[in-house]
Ligand binder design. Structure first.
Ligand code: ZN
Length: 102
């Protein structure tokens, strides 16, 4: 059986980097105080402190991944602190990165 592009990308980048790059999310820093709010496609809001790699989601609570959950990683990608996988990106992230690049 051939390996799919999705499986290949997951093996190369890891599932959380892929989720951070591809899942529909909107990340905002409403008060400019370092705390970000990351909304998923259902409108559920997570609070992220990227400097401390902290998020209030279940993945962090139960799995405590060493480099943080997908929400932390999304914010890091926006801030240029994490490599963005060379895959088709969530349109919101694509737009944000294009804005940052000028
Ligand atoms: Zn999270």
């Amino acid at each position: 059986m051939a390996i799919s592009n999705t499986e290949l990308a997951r093996a190369v980048y890891g599932k959380r980097d892929l989720r951070a790059a591809q899942d529909a999310m909107v990340a905002v820093e409403p008060d400019g105080d370092g705390f970000w709010t990351v909304y998923n496609s259902e409108g559920v809001a997570r609070t992220v402190d990227p400097d401390a790699a902290v998020c209030d989601c279940e993945d962090m609570q139960y799995n405590d991944p060493p480099e943080g959950c997908a929400h932390v990683r999304r914010v890091e990608m926006i801030r240029g602190a994490r490599r963005v996988p060379d895959v088709r990106l969530d349109v919101v992230l694509r737009k944000k990165l294009d804005e940052e690049a000028g």
